[in-house]
Design a protein. Sequence first.
Length: 293
Amino acid sequence: MPRTPSGQDHLCFTGIVGNVEGTKLVASDLDGTLLLPDETVSERTRAALAAARRAGITVVLVSGRQPRSLGPIAARIGVGGIAICANGALVWDLDSGTMVDATPLAAELATRLVHALREAIPGVLFAVELEGGFGHERGWFEDLTTVRPEVLEADALELITGPVIKLLVRHPSMSFAELAERARQAVGEDAVATWAGLRLVEISAAGVTKAFALERLCQRLGIDASEVVAVGDMPNDLAMLGWAGTAVAVANADQEVLDAADEVTAANVEDGVAQLLERILAANGAAAGPAGP
């Protein structure tokens, strides 16, 4: 399905648009897409998620988050099954709390990338996501509003003790645009550099994206890309939106995502994913349940 050309107005969902009648799976980003700013969902969204489950439509959470933070949120909003975490580097079974698949950076490659990024971005700061935990360099949380967890603080090269799920990169003073461009140039074809906001760059193994993990999952489930609707808001969603049969952006999405989407639904604070699910259910002859206020 062709994407909306850049610069044109997007059509918000005011009726059944696109090929959603045969939808078997909806892949949704979490932060800024499905979740409200306080990391909850409205009763309308909760009802739509439950109705999708009853109708046999699989909803897959696809996030940059690690399982340790995604799991409690999924339980709170009533979504189980398989989730894609860490931008596709991890596939997690929410029901059993176990890992299904992992595609990390090899420790040797992660070490080389740290050296390359330090050369390209003097003063760069690192955090390291491992399969078993998280560590960061001194100064990582300066100027960030995130609550500081009690985790290991050390040089990035000391933190790389095994395969790395993600390298996280930020700079205390460089503009984000420059940081992102330098990081992409530094990692080249050896890794994927992306971001879900304008604070830090996330670096995963070569070829590892949300689309990479979603395609593998759909192959196991016997679901074709044409039967998948994906919805997101940030550049780390672009590969997933490009792979899915129908690509949807929430109205609050980054401009690059709006340009890449087939359609635009309402913003996350206006239950955009719920509206999308309700229309998919209606197209498939299933009731969405009470919409709420």
